[in-house]
Every structure is written in structure tokens, then in C-alpha cells.
Design a protein around this ligand. Structure first.
Ligand SMILES: *Cc1c(COP(=O)(O)O)cnc(C)c1O
Length: 439
């Protein structure tokens, strides 16, 4: 398809185009994408994203910029913020963080008055994100990381012990939400103790923002979180980016002053419209999408368990989110299993699980799976059974991955259309495709 470009381009330019094309073809049409922190944007989102705004600057607030040329950007930023605020019933939204990590950095900065102090976070093996740790932005801000008590059987924070710990340590900050995340963390259960010690509760919704948008899993702002930070590209199927939401005017005003100029200069303006369209997809189709994603995760977990895999969270029915977590020690650990699956066009990621020590970060015992993207490509419970069978044949029966991989490609061909977005006629994009060239 791109072969025709070869004679017009220097060799390395052609190679760049070719590698991009090959990646797109593989990941968009041939693989089962099961990394729980990823997703795929709809054609409408892509169209809005591929915009001149990707080259522009708009430092400052709408209508009070440091740069000219933003008469449409100003209106778009205000509208996008309103659309996102309405979706999550939040009083204040800031879409300027360019990633979840940046949103966390700015929020930690605000809640600790520029750094220092103490934060309680879920232990890394239990799914906290690197930005919540001494190795990440929390540590860079000299905030002490103290692990919350975790119950491995429940795959959740131990509420009674955590309440006692909050009263004893009086942290500035309690961080809930995580990256290995099967069951909702106890936001309302801990919020009272956090209030008592005059701390702040930050909920990091990066993984589950799309489930929250669909009215599933959690409603952290109403359950007692003072501030919600997030990525916008995991279960929430937008372009890569971040956001902050709060109902607290003081927190919002401080955040506004910290995100720019401390954490971003330009905020990647083409994200704004694309994120707003994604929010509208969630408004109209989010409930159905979130429900199907969770049903698919439960079905996948059940089938994998039936085939003999060790699926975490059995006591609680395996999962209430988009994730399924396997203990794959008996097959050599997360790394070799993930590589084997990749050879069969199934894309997953290795992950630490309870029992793993920090030194095991590169050789963890677990494998983390997500059903959100398969769901967007239109798969339902029946397909989860087929996916689990692929896993069994590759990992347990040790069939050659290339052979199963060819079947995976065939199977994937039935699912090439993105669901849970607005139905548009096939030629809807023809005019817009030319737009970036109109100068
Ligand atoms: C992915 C993730 C982040 C950070 O996301 P980026 O947008 O990649 O910076 C933050 N917190 C949690 C819990 C995550 O899972």
C-alpha cells in the first residue's frame, strides 16, 4: 500500500514510513491487544486529533494566553473542559496535564505545598504506579512513600489496618487507585480517617476512567476523594494525555498555577478536541462499553481458570474491572510467557503480583491482561472463550506460537471496526482527510 512512495523518498525516510505502516497494520488489524493500560481511538477521534493544533502554543488560560492565534483553541479548551466536567459531574477540570504522571506530579505538588511530607500508597507489588513511589515523581518531590496494608487474598487494601495507620501516621496524602487493579479501592471507607487527620485523598483513575465514565466501578469524587488525577488513554479510549478533576475550588486554583509553568509549557492542544470527542463517546455509549468490558473480563477469567490457569482474586470472583491477573510462575514467569504470546500475535504485559519482591521488577511472576480494547473491537463473552483457548494452546499445550498466531490473525479479521462510537457514513472522512494538506 505504501510501496508507491518508495521512489519519491530517500531510503531512511521510506523506512520510517514503512515501520509506522507495519506497526499500524500489525496492531490495528492482526493482534489481540490485551495490555490493560492501552486502547484504540475511534476514526472520529483520530480525525480531530490530526489537526494543526499539534503545532501550536497556548500557554496560560483560555482568553488569557501568552500567544496569539488561539481564538478557536480558547473556545475548544473551554468546551472540552465542560464536556469532561459534565461527564464526571466534577465542578473543576484541568485538561492541561499531558499525561497521568504529569497530573500526579502537579497534584502531589499542590497537596503538599511544593513537596515533602508523607504519602500512603498501595504497595508496588499490589499495583501502585511508579509515579506513586520513591522511584517516580513522588520521590522527586521528596514525599515519603509509606505502603498501605494490603490483603493479597482479597486483592485489596486492608481497611481496618489502613484506618489505624492513617490515624497513627497522619499522612499529608493518601493515594488510591492503581495499575494492577481488580477491585475498587476503599475510597469512602478511608475518607473519614483522612479528613480526621487533615490529609487529602487523591484518587488516581488512570486505569479505570472509562469504567467510571460508564457509571461502573467507582464514583471517587462522590465517595470522598478530594482530587482525581488520570490518564486519558486506558479504559477511557482517548489520545494519550492526562487530566485533573476536583470539586474543591482551593485545590483547583492552586493546581491551575502549578500545572503551568511548573509541569507543562505547551499542553499538546490537539488532545483537547480528541479527548472531548472521547468523552462524548463515553457519554452516549460508555455505560454499554463499561458493562461489556467488565463482563468480558469476568468471562475471560472464568475460562482461563477452567483451563487450569492460576487467576488472582478467585475469592472475590476474579475481577470487577477490565483486568485479569494471572500467576504464571509455573510457566517460567511473566516475561517468557508474554514473549511467547507476542509470537502468537497476543499482546500482554508481565507484571508484579503479591509475593514478588522489588528486585523482581524485570522478572515478575504475573501476567496482566485487559479486555477494554477487545471490547471496543466488538468482542463479547463468546470471543473471550476463544481467546482463553488460544492462551491454553500456547502456554499449557505448548503448541508452536507461530501456528496459533496464524489462527489469531484470522480470528482478528472478524473484528476490524471500532464500536461504542458514533455511526458515520463510510465516506464521512473523505473531505477531512484532505484538510491537513489545505494550505
Ligand atoms: C498509567 C498510570 C499512570 C500514568 O500514566 P501516563 O499517562 O503514562 O503518565 C498513573 N497512574 C496509574 C495508576 C497508572 O496506571
Amino acid at each position: 500500500m505504501i510501496e508507491g512512495l518508495r521512489s519519491f523518498l530517500p531510503e531512511d525516510a521510506y523506512r520510517v514510513v514503512e515501520l509506522t505502516y507495519l506497526h499500524n497494520k500489525w496492531r490495528k488489524t492482526e493482534t489481540l491487544n490485551m495490555i490493560p493500560s492501552e486502547n484504540v481511538t475511534s476514526p472520529l477521534v483520530d480525525m480531530v486529533y490530526m489537526s494543526d493544533m499539534m503545532h501550536r502554543y497556548a500557554e496560560g488560560m483560555p482568553f488569557k494566553r501568552f500567544y496569539q492565534g488561539n481564538i478557536y483553541v480558547d473556545q475548544l479548551e473551554v468546551l472540552a473542559s465542560k464536556i469532561v466536567a459534565d461527564l464526571f459531574k466534577a465542578k473543576y477540570v484541568d485538561l492541561r496535564p499531558i499525561s497521568g504522571t504529569i497530573a500526579n506530579g502537579a497534584a502531589f505538588h499542590v497537596l503538599t505545598g511544593g513537596g515533602g511530607g508523607k504519602a500512603l500508597v498501595a504497595p508496588v507489588y499490589a499495583g501502585s504506579h511508579v509515579s506513586h513511589t520513591k522511584y517516580g515523581i513522588l520521590g522527586a518531590l521528596r514525599i515519603e512513600e509509606i505502603p498501605l496494608p494490603f490483603d493479597a487474598e482479597e486483592m485489596n487494601i486492608d481497611v481496618d489496618k489502613a484506618v489505624r495507620q492513617i490515624r497513627e501516621i497522619k499522612p499529608d496524602l493518601v493515594i488510591l487507585g492503581g495499575s494492577v487493579y481488580l477491585f475498587p479501592h476503599p475510597v469512602s471507607e478511608l475518607s473519614e480517617a483522612v479528613e480526621e487527620v487533615d490529609g487529602k485523598l487523591l484518587y488516581d483513575a488512570a486505569h479505570v476512567l472509562g469504567l467510571i465514565a460508564g457509571g461502573k466501578f467507582h464514583d471517587p469524587l462522590r465517595e470522598g476523594a478530594h482530587i482525581v488525577t488520570s490518564s486519558t488513554h486506558k479504559t477511557f479510549p482517548g489520545p494519550q494525555g492526562g487530566l485533573m478533576m476536583t470539586n474543591d475550588e482551593k485545590i483547583y486554583k492552586k493546581f491551575k498555577k502549578v500545572i503551568f509553568p511548573v509541569f507543562v509549557s505547551n499542553h499538546h492542544l490537539h488532545r483537547l478536541g480528541a479527548t472531548a470527542i472521547t468523552a462524548l463517546e463515553m457519554k452516549y455509549f460508555g455505560k454499554e462499553y463499561a458493562e461489556q468490558t467488565i463482563r468480558n473480563a469476568k468471562a475471560l477469567a472464568e475460562h482461563l481458570h477452567t483451563y487450569g490457569f492460576k487467576v488472582l482474586g478467585e475469592k472475590r470472583g476474579f475481577t470487577e474491572s477490565h483486568q485479569v491477573v494471572l500467576d504464571v510462575r509455573e510457566f517460567g514467569g511473566g516475561a517468557p510467557v508474554a514473549e511467547l504470546l507476542e509470537r502468537a500475535n497476543i499482546i500482554t504485559n508481565k507484571n508484579m503480583i503479591p509475593g514478588d519482591t522489588p528486585e523482581m521488577v524485570k522478572r515478575p511472576s504475573g501476567l496482566r491482561l485487559g479486555t477494554q480494547e477487545l471490547t471496543r473491537w466488538g468482542m463479547k463473552e463468546r470471543e473471550m472463550e476463544q481467546v482463553a483457548e488460544f492462551f491454553k494452546r500456547i502456554i499449557i499445550d505448548k503448541e508452536p506460537p507461530d501456528k496459533v498466531g496464524a489462527e489469531v490473525k484470522e480470528f482478528r479479521k472478524q473484528f476490524l471496526k471500532i464500536h461504542y462510537t458514533f455511526e458515520l457514513p463510510d465516506d464521512a472522512f473523505r473531505e477531512f482527510e484532505k484538510l491537513p494538506l489545505l494550505y
